[in-house]
Each structure stands twice: as structure tokens, then as C-alpha cells.
Design a protein around this ligand. Structure first.
Ligand SMILES: [Zn+2]
Length: 98
């Protein structure tokens, strides 16, 4: 199997964007939903996998100020509020569902 890669990222509106994957899948992501699932050590307990972040504390209105790629396997999203430490792997995003 070919490694998962992003062919294209497109901003849909202020609150969501879509990714076209190299296997043909196109998926839309709402920024607030991604932040609610922030995988960083401050939002998820590394040993138990339990969520520390209270999802209701995430603003539905949150936007991205910047999206940068991390190596060839992940992206990092800088949000306008809340936690921006999460590294969102391609595997995670490709499988992401609400
Ligand atoms: Zn976080």
C-alpha cells in the first residue's frame, strides 16, 4: 500500500476545510471538531488514553490561523483559541469521523 499523503487542502469556509487524499478520498473537517479531539499530552492522558480536555470548552467558532505540515505524516493546526499543541497524523485524519 502506498503511504497516505495529502494531495490537496482546501479551505471551505472560516470553520472548515477539506483534504483530498492520494487514495481518492475527499473529507471535510470542522476545525472545532478536530480541536475537541486534540491528541496532545495536555488534552489526552498519555498512559490511560483518557481525555483531559473538556470538549464543551472548545468554541464552535474556532478558526485556524495556520496549518503546517509535520514531516510526511501529520499536520499541526494553529487555532485562534484553545490548544494548538496537537499533531494530527494522516492516519488519524483519514479515519476521522464525527
Ligand atoms: Zn491539546
Amino acid at each position: 500500500m502506498k503511504p497516505l499523503m495529502i494531495k490537496n487542502i482546501e479551505q471551505k469556509d472560516a470553520h472548515s476545510f477539506s483534504i483530498e487524499w492520494n487514495d481518492g478520498l475527499v473529507k471535510e473537517y470542522r476545525l472545532s471538531e478536530l480541536q475537541k479531539r486534540c491528541p496532545c499530552a495536555g488534552c489526552v492522558d498519555e498512559t490511560t488514553g483518557e481525555q483531559i480536555l473538556d470538549p464543551s470548552s472548545v468554541s464552535d467558532d474556532v478558526r485556524a490561523s495556520r496549518i503546517v505540515s509535520v514531516g510526511r505524516y501529520a499536520i499541526r493546526i494553529f487555532f485562534t483559541s484553545g490548544c494548538s499543541n496537537g499533531i494530527y497524523s494522516f492516519d488519524f485524519l483519514h479515519a476521522f469521523s464525527y
